[in-house]
Design a protein around this ligand. Structure first.
Ligand code: SF4
Length: 81
């Protein structure tokens, strides 16, 4: 059994404490995106979150959200800019 905790072990993080919607800002709402990014930058498990997000991002399993302070827009949104 691994001694490493997973993200599910950290219930106190901002994206899990009733503020989850803040991490799914509209692509066009830059202020909301920056706000979610600031919440992540103050997160005590930012580094672990980033490590766990990498394969999800590479596998294109995540989009239209902010995770580990990185905004992942929909590809369709990127094409329309
Ligand atoms: S760094 Fe990750 S775990 Fe922390 S608030 Fe942001 S998305 Fe949630």
């Amino acid at each position: 059994m691994s001694a490493l905790k997973t993200l599910a072990d950290f219930d106190g993080r901002a994206c899990r404490s009733g503020q989850a919607d803040l991490f799914f800002p509209k692509q066009t709402n830059r202020e909301a995106v920056r706000y979610a990014q600031r919440l992540c930058m103050g997160c005590p498990i930012w580094g672990q979150c980033a490590l766990e997000a990498i394969p999800l991002v590479e596998g294109r399993e995540m989009a239209d959200c902010v995770i580990a302070a990185v905004h992942l827009p929909y590809e369709e949104d990127l094409r329309s800019e």
